[in-house]
Write a protein that binds this ligand. Structure first.
Ligand code: KG4
Ligand code: ZN
Length: 348
């Protein structure tokens, strides 16, 4: 069964063909980073227009790479939300139009469920149940995942998402957007103990809060300037490393606590911040001490991509429809999703 996955929820155009027997048969990704960089963040209208320009040729290229024609597809999955509504409409319209024209079925997919399942594209996939940490530019969630569509939110951010905090602190350090990877690179040359930034809500529950940490960084930078320090390369690197240490420690502690509280010993990391090397190393080391196995998709599957949408489309194939209605839901809580009905087990 070959599913085409289309991702256009934000600033990446992602297309892939997934087959349960062969895995990812072909994929394409275009990041709009350069388009938005000079604005310091994603400009929704520009994002939509760029998806319009890229998507059709990318689908053609990906199918050619897979040695397939449109008619060889069994279904077309697209990101239906959450995301930027105009950007979602581009993928949704093309997927629905193609499916109607070809007489195929179309499958609307939840973007965060895509992130949640992405680790299953790897060689040693996690099995249910597990705790998932979903950390992206727009979300920070800890999810108790008992099965497909059985998601209980254990904790979430009360203010900024983890990626947003990385992006905002990176901006204070005059780093380019998106700040996460640039900040992590700068932090490599810094001392993580140079500043003792707060670890917000570390001892309390499973929710996150990053705005106090962000403010502490701003105050430290302002203080340094007031002291007459130049923002030397070393000082910037020390601030980056100290911020990263605080953010990573917070995420790691909450993940371990979530495993303790649920009694689960599998932890799956997903979303763009999951690409952070410090986070990956510390979770693996601390998890090992506690008998917790940590699963990560490779970095390219942590950030937005078409393969996770195609995979999720396959898992949700019972929801495939011939309806011409295009679904675009900018807000769509993950725990609204439901497990497949028992009758879906008969589908191949
Ligand atoms: O999942 P994603 O690609 O897009 C969303 O759905 O939001 O996540 C993007 C976020 C950005 O905030 C980016 O700065 C962050 O992930 N990010 C990182 C790293 N790579 C990407 N944050 C920290 N360290 C990284 N290495
Ligand atoms: Zn994402």
């Amino acid at each position: 069964m070959k599913i085409l996955g289309i991702e256009t929820s934000c600033d990446e155009t992602g297309v892939a063909v997934y087959d349960p027997l062969g895995g990812i048969l072909a994929e394409g990704l275009y990041s709009q980073l350069d388009l938005h960089a000079r604005f310091g963040g994603v400009v929704p209208e520009l994002a939509s227009r760029d998806h319009v320009a890229r998507l059709t040729p990318m689908i053609r290229d990906v199918l050619a790479d897979a040695g397939m024609a449109l008619n060889d597809l069994d279904g077309i999955a697209y990101t239906a939300g959450p995301g930027l509504v105009g950007a979602l409409m581009v993928g949704g319209s093309l997927a629905t139009g193609l499916a109607m024209g070809l007489g195929k079925r179309v499958i609307p997919v939840h973007h965060m469920e895509g992130h949640l399942l992405a680790a299953m594209l790897e060689e040693d996939p996690p099995s249910f149940p597990f705790v998932a940490l979903l950390v992206s530019g727009g979300h920070s969630l800890l999810v108790e995942t008992r099965g497909l569509g059985e998601y209980a939110i254990l904790g979430e951010t009360l203010d900024d998402a983890a990626g947003e905090a990385f992006d905002k602190v990176a901006r204070m350090l005059s780093l380019p957007y998106p700040g996460g990877p640039a900040l992590a690179a700068l932090a490599e040359d810094g001392d993580p103990d140079a500043f003792r930034f707060p670890r917000p809500m570390l001892g309390k529950g499973l929710n996150f809060s990053f705005s106090g940490l962000k403010t502490a960084v701003r105050i430290a930078l302002e203080q340094s300037l007031r002291n007459g320090d130049v923002l030397s390369e070393q000082l910037r690197a020390d601030v980056a490393a100290s911020f990263q240490a605080a953010a990573v420690e917070t995420l790691v502690e909450k993940c371990l606590r979530a495993c303790d509280e649920t009694g689960l010993d599998r932890l799956v990391i997903a979303g763009g911040v999951g690409a952070n090397v410090q986070l990956r190393q510390q979770l693996r080391a601390r998890g090992r001490d506690r008998g917790i196995t940590v699963y990560y998709p490779r970095q390219a599957l942590c950030t937005d991509n078409g393969a996770m949408i195609a995979l999720t489309g396959w898992h949700r194939r019972h929801e495939a429809t011939e309806s011409p209605a295009i679904i675009a839901r900018p807000r769509w809580p993950l725990d609204e999703l439901r497990p497949p009905p028992a009758s879906a087990a008969r589908l191949n």
